[in-house]
Design a protein around this ligand. Sequence first.
Ligand SMILES: NC(=O)c1ccc[n+]([C@@H]2O[C@H](COP(=O)([O-])OP(=O)(O)OC[C@H]3O[C@@H](n4cnc5c(N)ncnc54)[C@H](OP(=O)(O)O)[C@@H]3O)[C@@H](O)[C@H]2O)c1
Length: 344
Amino acid sequence: MLKIRSKIHYIWENQESVMAEKIRWGIVGPGRIAQSFAQDLKLVEGGELTAVASRSLDRAREFADEYGAAHSYGSYQEIFEADTVDVLYIATPHTSHCELSIEAMNHGKHVLCEKPMGIDADQVKMMVSAAKKNEVFLMEALWSRFNPSILKVKQMVDEGIIGEVAFLNANFGFYALDRDEDSRLLNPDLAGGSLLDIGIYPIFLAYLILGKPDRIEAISKFHSTGIEAQTSMIFDYPYAQALLSSGLRSKISMKAEIGGSEGSLYLQERWHETQGYIAELDGDEKSFDLPTKGIGYSHEIEEVHECLNSGLLQSDKWSLQNSLDLVNLLDEVRSLTDTTFPFE
Ligand SMILES: NC(=O)c1ccc[n+]([C@@H]2O[C@H](COP(=O)([O-])OP(=O)(O)OC[C@H]3O[C@@H](n4cnc5c(N)ncnc54)[C@H](OP(=O)(O)O)[C@@H]3O)[C@@H](O)[C@H]2O)c1
């Protein structure tokens, strides 16, 4: 049991001699998303937040106090070397995912890394190699893959319930051009722009439902800081077409649509974190509620727990090959739109 865990940790339950192990989580980079993650982690059985690492000890302590973690570190290196955690959640800006994940894995830690797993396919390949070399678990935190409605819709498509899929439409956009130019989204040095941050979601949905396209067309608009700020894409398949977009230049509606010969499925707004779906079959439209547990990060946390408890080094719902395929699609769109970063 838990052969792959770096440390075994016991808790007593109900004053009885029932021993249960809790997976010990550490957070690297206690920013905005780390807060949502820590809230949801409290809802998941079998795991607990034990440590937080920040570039500032004060920030780590503040976060640890708020979410009940016993240990705080004022550098990332300290949490990599610590024996207080089994799995690290890497929640820093895109540009450091590769380096920090590899450092964590080289210290024997399992890793759940925020999306995008790496900036490009070369980075993701290095991360996959490090996971294999160190025999540790690695998964990209593509939380939408574990959303109950998205799981259900994928199952319905695979079972042929809407017939042959001909059309998919998914978008992700909000207004962000009023943010600080040094902020993560607008700063090209932090791999800012819409594509890697939110364009990854519509591309993920097309890949999940239809697989890899034969051909991609894409056009981008750029912001004064040099980041790509809006991108429209067509993914062309032997039978289907997917219309996808991402943007930081306006708020847009975010209901996703999958159309087939026998019916259509709609993921409710905002589709990537949806609480339900609509099925239209034979002219009859029905709405289904499938609420997430907490905000929805709980489902990817449960997947990590299941994998670790079963001795699996990758998820079969969102595998390392899936992350490689996804980053290859992002690379292709970037190449078609001449989207580059200053450090490349
Ligand atoms: N799954 C989702 O729904 C979702 C949503 C939002 C974001 N994300 C992903 O999560 C990652 C973090 O996004 P976020 O919105 O949480 O960012 P954020 O609020 O800016 O937090 C990132 C944290 O990383 C640390 N950090 C390390 N190097 C940094 C640098 N050079 N500049 C700024 N911060 C740095 C900082 O913590 P310390 O300085 O305290 O160490 C900071 O608080 C991104 O890769 C993004 O794609 C995912």
